[in-house]
Design a binder for this molecule. Sequence first.
Ligand SMILES: CC(C)(COP(=O)(O)OP(=O)(O)OC[C@H]1O[C@@H](n2cnc3c(N)ncnc32)[C@H](O)[C@@H]1OP(=O)(O)O)[C@@H](O)C(=O)NCCC(=O)NCCS
Length: 229
Amino acid sequence: MINSSSKIIVRNTTPEDFSKILQLSKAVYSFPPHWTERQLTSHLEVFPEGQFVAIDSSSGQLVGMAASLIIRWDDYDLHGSWKDFTDAGMFTNHDPVHGRTLYGGEVMVSPEMQRRGIGSAIYAARRRLVERLRLPRLRAGARLRGYYRYADKMSPEEYTSKVVRGEIKGMTLNFQLKQGFRVLAVVSDYLPGDPESLGHVAVIEWINEQVATPADYGPRDPRFQPIFP
Ligand SMILES: CC(C)(COP(=O)(O)OP(=O)(O)OC[C@H]1O[C@@H](n2cnc3c(N)ncnc32)[C@H](O)[C@@H]1OP(=O)(O)O)[C@@H](O)C(=O)NCCC(=O)NCCS
């Protein structure tokens, strides 16, 4: 939900957005690495259609960003790290010829603008891209933000299971679940140095039912299945 006086526009990223994205990255993440101009330039070179920004049309402010690439999933290990899936943030592994999976390398919203529907608007644009390119799925690593509060009580797998079942509010993961994603696995050392997730993420998947076949669905781990009433 956006303030009625402002309208959020999601459009493709341009080089003029870079300085604002670099600032946004530092405002959102208290820990390195932050995005660099070299990485953002590379994203536009390899896959301009996959890069989005969200702009508050009333102030002209850049309030969100998402970065994606296409990968051939079988070239990767399900338990790989962000660095592996994104070629250390450069996206030079983007493979639109053989790849059938849109991979989310980033989504972030300005801290003071979170919980107003901007992340949802960005994800709607991402899903439209998947549909337009007729890709069967979108996958990403969702930070287990908030896990640090539970790390002395349970494993990241137990934490994820509880978030999926609605027993714990999982911050980022709750957002992704609300976007229609399902959890395939929990991976450690995905984002080393993240003090909130302690490096753990849930590997998540959204299926484009217009084109997906049964073979496109990732493994369904019973620990991470939602409970339907
Ligand atoms: C994750 C993120 C992009 C979500 O963007 P957003 O604009 O706040 O998301 P939305 O307002 O569209 O949220 C939609 C729904 O997701 C859920 N949600 C979003 N943030 C949540 C949070 N912190 N805790 C619990 N649920 C949350 C809610 O159900 C929300 O709907 P509601 O506000 O009506 O309850 C944003 O919180 C962010 O930038 N986080 C820091 C960076 C990050 O961790 N990115 C993900 C990398 S994997």
